[in-house]
Design a protein around this ligand. Structure first.
Ligand SMILES: [Zn+2]
Length: 385
């Protein structure tokens, strides 16, 4: 009898295990069904324009269900994209509070919460959330990029430098150089020569190709009447970026009274050979006109516009031709054409962003449209130099 009982024991265990599993499965099925109904109700609230009720329901669901965090993150982002930032903040704040047993999920929720705060203009709250994410290897770079956007808005350039220097992207040195230039520009009328010069030298150390730092350093030396040093830095600008030869010329013009005529002309000749820049060609034409007369200047400009046709060059050629004309009718026609070209030149922008195409009459080192640093330069070609 006892042996029979021993034989039946495995059967009893197997039956008990089966019944237990069945009961758990029934319980799980009931929960899943309940959850599906609640999600459906939440979506109904969303569709019937009752988003607050939907948010309450989804937050309640989160209390019992941490497996669907991705869905809640996506839902919060959806609210933010619709401009309903307060609801996005509620969802993401709840996620941060619920995900205590998963640092990865909690940090992801914090990153989204920081995005909500930025969208709501609560920059100080976004900053404090993002600083906590700097130790997370996966999210640190995202946090740094968002912190940079915040510091740029707040003009906190030293904080921006400290963060940008740790970025892993290739071009972060270029951005650091612009941040040093921002600091130097603020100091230009306030601080002494040494502080500004050291900021600009740091900019050039971060990015030796930084045209802006070379231009600011040249301006600083001009301001302090150190013309030889100014010319040394101005002379490097067309090498760094041929499109900036026209900007270099404006700076060189300020040094001209302190230079001998030959060295001024030889710098312009060198720049023209390198860049074929029309502003430089027009400056050289003036020198030729003063030394050799208007006909040589006209021949020089004609040769230049054959190589690099621009409206500026054409305008100067017409000016020279008008000087030599005696026929009243032809003079009238050329004068009319020249005034049309002049009007066209007056309405055209001077600078353009290589990244987004934004154009303007003044230079911006930080594109107002695409927010890139150093992407705007003087326009080249027919409408430009
Ligand atoms: Zn742009």
């Amino acid at each position: 009898m006892l042996e029979l009982l021993f034989l039946l024991l495995p059967v009893a265990v197997a039956y008990g295990w089966y019944m237990g599993r069945r009961s758990v499965r029934i319980d799980e099925d009931r929960k899943t069904s309940q959850r599906s109904r609640s999600y459906a109700a939440g979506i109904n609230f969303l569709l019937s324009e009752q988003p607050d009720k939907a948010v309450d329901l989804f937050i309640d669901l989160l209390q019992v269900d941490t497996d669907t965090i991705d869905t809640h993150l996506a839902l919060g982002n959806l609210f933010r994209q619709r401009g309903e930032v307060d609801r996005a903040i509620r969802i993401h704040q709840n996620l941060v509070a619920r995900c205590l047993d998963s640092t990865e999920q909690q940090n992801l929720s914090m990153l989204e919460l920081a995005r909500d705060f930025v969208a709501a203009g609560l920059l100080d709250r976004a900053e404090s959330v993002l600083i906590k994410l700097l130790d997370d290897d996966e999210l640190a770079d995202d946090a740094r990029k968002m912190l940079l956007q915040i510091y740029e808005q707040l003009n906190e350039w030293q904080k921006a430098i400290d963060i940008a220097e740790k970025l892993s992207s290739k071009n972060h040195h270029r951005i650091v150089a612009h941040y040093y230039c921002q600091l130097a520009e603020i100091d230009f009328s306030l601080a002494d020569f040494k502080i500004i010069a050291s900021r600009l030298k740091r900019a050039l150390k971060a990015d030796p190709q930084c045209v802006r730092a070379q231009m600011l350093l040249s301006q600083l030396y001009i301001k302090h009447q150190q013309y030889e040093l100014a010319i040394k830095h101005i002379d490097q600008i067309p090498d760094l970026s041929p499109a900036f030869a026209s900007e270099a010329w404006k700076l060189l013009l300020q040094c001209k009274p302190h230079m001998d005529e030959n060295s001024f002309t030889s710098i312009l000749i060198r720049w023209l050979e390198k860049t074929q820049n029309t502003t430089v060609a027009l400056a050289l034409a003036e020198t030729i006109q003063a030394r050799q007369g208007i006909r040589d200047a006209e021949a020089f400009i004609l040769r230049h516009i054959k190589r690099n046709p621009t409206m500026k060059g054409f305008h100067r050629l017409m000016t020279y031709q008008l000087e030599a004309m005696h026929d009243d009718k032809a003079t009238e026609s050329i004068a009319l054409l020249r005034s049309l070209v002049e009007k066209q030149m007056a309405i055209k922008p001077i600078y353009r962003c290589a990244h987004c195409g934004f154009s303007s009459k003044v230079i911006f080192w930080h594109c107002p449209s695409c927010k890139q640093w150093g992407s705007i330069s003087p326009i080249q070609g027919l409408d430009g130099d």
